[in-house]
Design a protein around this ligand. Structure first.
Ligand code: ASP
Length: 320
């Protein structure tokens, strides 16, 4: 057991990437997002500074992000072609490479906590649909009716996407129209604790107007989520099909371990492979030495982080 050292602590959270520009985000909406990111990152940072494990901190940060209705996860998740929120989430412990995930779940109030329960209370890594919901019930985890997850803005967004016959990335106003509510997305957190252990968690409703049963990169370990102490913790956001076909999160790890790349170069290289396929999005990552990467090839990414200077920063656009 290493001696705890609070100077090892690092944190980054995201609320999704996509076409997020100043023109389409009203000042009031932007302020709401910034306040939420600051509040949630601040609470997570306080826990890390109080000695909480990276695993506990990424779970609690993602729970808070799931509760915030403007992000695409938990309450306020985007809706599938039937107007239903199907929820995907994953969590991974960099200390042991233990991982848990759920996909197309309908009832967990906090999908990330159900993912953690899969990791800690079953022999499995990924449970889907009715089986995932059943585990929540068996373990007495908080569940909600499908209506709880649906907000009026999401219902409208899904109807608009259905009318244009598109499956859309939540943030992409190009397809979703100019409604500021559309510029919101998948959530995730990465952390390094006082022992130097890493963890990552990601949660989402996926893509607006997706086919029922569609599963994205978020709950696929190695695609949207990865954590391993010897390399990095990664949480991704973007057009999931391209992230799956690039094994994005594991690619960042592999470039560091097998290619001896630094974190920034590893993230740029891995995102480059997503871009080669035509995919847009981004990721947040913390490296084994505490370095932080916030990379995206879209217009913006909702993000907040605390690096080695201990200062909490919030940004949305390319330049802040
Ligand atoms: N990656 C998510 C998915 O494809 C969507 C997002 O990040 O907004 O399910």
């Amino acid at each position: 057991m290493t001696t705890p050292d609070l100077s090892r602590c690092r944190l980054a959270i995201h609320g999704g990437a996509g076409v997020i520009d100043r023109a389409s985000l009203t000042p009031a909406r932007e302020a709401e997002f910034r306040a939420a990111l600051e509040r949630i990152a601040g609470a997570a940072w306080a826990k890390l500074q109080a000695g909480a494990s990276a695993l506990d901190v990424v779970e609690s940060a993602v729970r808070d992000l799931e509760d915030f209705p403007l992000f695409n996860a938990g309450h306020g998740a985007v809706l599938n072609a039937d107007g239903v929120a199907e929820l995907d989430a994953a969590i991974m412990d960099g200390r042991t490479r233990a991982a848990g995930a759920v996909a197309a779940a309908l009832t967990p109030t906090h999908p990330v906590s159900l993912a953690r329960a899969v990791m800690e209370h079953t022999e499995h890594v990924l449970l889907v649909g009715a089986g995932a919901d059943r585990l929540a019930q068996e373990l007495g985890l908080e569940q909600s009716s499908p209506a709880y997850f649906i907000t009026a803005e999401r219902a409208q967004q899904q109807r608009r996407a259905a009318a244009s016959g598109r499956v859309t990335l939540d943030h992409d106003s190009m397809y979703n129209g100019p409604d500021p509510a559309d510029k919101t997305g998948t959530v995730g957190a990465v952390a390094r604790d006082a022992h130097g252990h890493l963890a990552a968690a990601t949660s989402t409703g996926g893509m607006t107007n997706k086919h029922p049963g569609r599963v994205g990169d978020t709950p696929l370990i190695g695609a949207g989520t990865w954590a391993e102490d010897q390399s990095c913790a990664v949480s991704a956001t973007g057009h999931g099909e391209f992230f799956m076909r690039s094994a994005l999160a594991h690619d960042v790890h592999a470039r560091m371990v097998y290619g001896q790349a630094g974190l920034d170069a590893a993230c740029a290289g891995a995102l480059g492979r997503v871009a080669e396929l035509g995919g847009t999005g981004g990721l947040i990552a913390i490296g084994r030495d505490g370095e932080i990467a916030l990379s995206f090839n879209s217009e913006g990414m909702y993000r907040a982080w605390v690096g080695d200077d201990g200062v909490l920063r919030v940004a949305i656009y390319n330049a802040d």
